[in-house]
Each structure stands twice: as structure tokens, then as C-alpha cells.
Write a protein that binds this ligand. Structure first.
Ligand code: FAD
Ligand code: SF4
Length: 322
């Protein structure tokens, strides 16, 4: 499959890169390209200009700062799960990063690109020829959804592995455009609208991820079920951060909704409790009702809900073991 024609730029500053998108909203940023380029080959994303961020210095780092951990958005996934501080203190993030695609995706793919990846659907992530056998769907510019018969609503699913790990770590992100810098909770980046899943303001670049240092003190784990052990998006991914001594728990899911999802109901159920045997099963049952997935992949919504519960139970069992 060939790439469509596009203008290609390699700016050397955030200001320069941001200016391109401010003046030309149909342009797109490129980091590792492992999500954007396949989508362009499938002709589901057709940017007029591709703005490579990799020539901008200072966006590939992992460092401790005032007790917090700061990660540059262009840091490759491989760098993240090989970092001793992250592997030891934030295993949920290391294991989410190492579960992405294959070794090659982890070498090319960046943490920023992983967070900002497109939502997915079995009627969307297909070649132009495959899609030509049925009317163009809403997300690809048409007027119909092949999954849910609701006007002008797309249900494509967010399938990134890293975002749920960052949600349970209560990560913040830094967004920069040519004029401003703002810091927001990662959760606020996701709109829940699958046609425009990310709430960037004009020309904004994700530059940094900030993880509060206190997250290091807890137990954390990422559990993923996928069709194959590598080169596969999650059918369901579940992240857990737990402080069993303080009886505080944070849970997040991926691949079950239009955005990565915090498990607020199951967190309220667990908070303040000891992890005894009886409550694990109940927590699993509550977790399986946190989302209402639709059939945007080959897996049924009921299977996904069941796996949400089982993955969380398994994660909680491991928290008890520690
Ligand atoms: C076969 C295959 C298997 C895969 N398996 C998985 C998987 O298991 N789990 C998973 O999570 N992903 C998977 N992916 C998707 C992809 O490889 C990863 O999400 C990867 O981390 C994307 O990072 P990237 O740097 O390559 O992003 P890119 O493709 O460069 O960018 C992705 C999107 O983010 C935007 N973007 C990138 N960086 C920034 C930034 N700093 N600021 C603002 N916008 C930005 C781009 O404009 C683009 O829209 C898979 C892809 C393939 C092809
Ligand atoms: S959920 Fe519907 S509109 Fe969205 S990509 Fe799938 S078929 Fe298209």
C-alpha cells in the first residue's frame, strides 16, 4: 500500500511546528509514525502536511524533578520500559509500554504518539478497497455508522495501552502551542467523541508527561488480553494502582470505550477496604459493568465486559500477594 501525497516538514522548534498546524488545521504531527502512517496508507487519515516532531530537541528524556517523574513526549516506548526508575517504581507503565505491538513498534513508537493514537474500528482500519464495499462511515467522512445506528455518532474505540497506566498514576500532561503552555490532567485530553478523540487547542503539541512522585509508593500492574502475544492491540487492558496499607485503589481500562476509562464505581467500592477473598469477586463484577462496549472489533461486548472483571480480579490478587 502506498502513502498518499503530502507536504513534509521537519521543524526544529515547538513554535515552528505549532505554527504549521495553527495555519493549516489539516496538517498532522508525526512522531514514530507507527499509527499515523498505516492510517495514511489506508487513506483514513489524509493530512495535507506531515510535520515531523523528531528534529525538535529536548523532547526525549526521562528525569526526576522535585520528586515527580517527567517524561518527554518523544521518548520511545522501549526507553520507558528499560528505565530502571520506571521498571522499579512504576511497573504499570513499564509493562503497558512493553505490551505495545512488537519490539519494532516499541523502538519507533513514542509515548506521546501512543497517547494520541487514533480510535479504532473494524470498519475504519481497513484499506480503501475493503471500505469501498459498503457506504462510507461517519468517521471516514460519510453519513452512516455500521456499528450503532445513531446519526452522526462514531463509536470507534480507544485502544492505547499506555493511557490507562498513566491514568491510575494520576499523570498530568504539558501541552504547548506557539503562544502558550498549559498543564492538564491526562484524563482531560480525551473528549469521548470518536470523530475528534483528543481535545487539543489550535496547534498544540503534547510535550511532556508528569507523574506525581507519590505514585511510586504503591503497587501497580497492567494486564492485557490480546489475540496474539505481540503485534496486537488490546481486546481489553486493565491498569491497577493500589496502596493496600492506606486502602486506596485506582483502576482504568482501555479498548472498552471511546476513551481510556477510569473505573470510578469499582474504585469507590474498593476504597477503604482490605482485599479479602470475598471482595475480589464482587469488585470484578462491578468492574465488568463500568463500560458498555460496542462491537467495533471482532470481540463481543459481553466478552470484553467479562474480561474487564477477570483482569481486575487477577490484578487485585497480585496486589494481595505483595
Ligand atoms: C501492527 C501494529 C500493532 C500495534 N499494536 C499496538 C498495541 O498493542 N498497543 C498500542 O497502544 N498501540 C499499538 N499500535 C499503534 C502504535 O504503534 C503505537 O500506539 C505507538 O506508540 C504510536 O506512537 P508513534 O510515535 O508511532 O505515533 P505516530 O504514529 O507518530 O502518531 C500517532 C498520532 O499521535 C499524534 N501525535 C504524535 N505525537 C504527538 C505529540 N507529541 N503531540 C501531539 N500529537 C502527537 C500524531 O499526529 C498522530 O495522530 C500498533 C500499530 C501497529 C501498526
Ligand atoms: S463506529 Fe461507526 S462511524 Fe465509527 S468508525 Fe466504526 S463504523 Fe465508522
Amino acid at each position: 500500500m502506498r502513502l498518499p501525497k503530502f507536504r513534509y516538514l521537519e521543524p526544529e522548534s515547538i513554535r515552528e511546528a505549532s505554527s504549521v498546524l495553527s495555519d493549516e488545521p489539516t496538517a498532522k504531527f508525526l512522531a514514530g509514525g507507527t499509527d499515523l502512517l498505516p492510517n495514511m496508507k489506508h487513506k483514513v487519515e489524509l493530512p495535507s502536511t506531515v510535520v515531523n516532531l523528531k528534529k525538535i530537541p529536548g523532547l526525549n528524556f526521562i528525569r526526576e524533578d522535585n520528586g515527580d517523574i517527567r517524561i518527554g513526549a518523544l521518548s520511545p516506548l522501549k526507553k520507558i520500559y528499560r528505565d530502571a526508575m520506571i521498571t522499579k517504581g512504576l511497573p504499570v507503565l513499564a509493562s503497558a509500554a512493553s505490551s505495545v505491538g512488537s519490539y519494532h513498534h516499541q523502538g519507533m513508537g513514542t509515548i506521546g504518539g501512543n497517547i494520541c493514537q487514533q480510535n479504532r474500528c473494524r470498519y475504519f482500519n481497513q484499506s480503501k478497497w475493503w471500505r469501498s464495499t459498503r457506504p462510507t462511515c461517519f468517521k471516514a467522512g460519510g453519513e452512516i455508522c455500521h456499528v450503532v445506528n445513531k446519526k452522526e455518532t462514531c463509536y470507534a474505540t480507544y485502544c492505547g495501552d499506555v493511557a490507562p497506566a498513566l491514568l491510575v498514576l494520576e499523570a498530568k500532561i504539558v501541552l504547548q502551542n506557539k503562544n502558550d503552555t498549559r498543564e492538564i490532567p491526562l484524563e482531560d485530553l480525551f473528549t469521548g467523541n470518536s470523530k475528534t478523540p483528543l481535545g487539543f487547542q489550535m496547534g498544540e503539541i503534547l510535550t511532556e508527561i508528569i507523574i506525581p512522585g507519590k505514585a511510586i509508593n504503591g503497587f501497580s500492574i497492567y494486564q492485557k488480553v490480546a489475540n496474539r502475544e505481540s503485534i496486537d492491540f488490546p481486546i481489553v487492558g486493565t491498569a491497577l494502582w493500589a496502596s493496600p496499607t492506606e486502602k486506596v485503589y485506582r483502576v482504568a481500562f482501555t479498548a472498552v470505550d471511546r476513551k481510556p476509562l477510569r473505573g470510578h464505581k469499582v474504585e469507590s467500592f474498593l476504597n477503604g477496604k482490605d482485599l479479602g477473598d470475598g471482595i475480589l469477586e464482587e469488585a470484578g463484577q462491578i468492574a465488568s459493568k463500568e463500560a458498555s462496549p460496542v462491537k467495533t472489533s471482532n470481540y463481543s461486548p459481553s466478552y470484553k465486559r467479562k474480561m474487564m472483571g477477570l483482569l481486575l480480579q487477577n490484578a487485585l490478587k497480585q496486589a494481595v500477594g505483595r
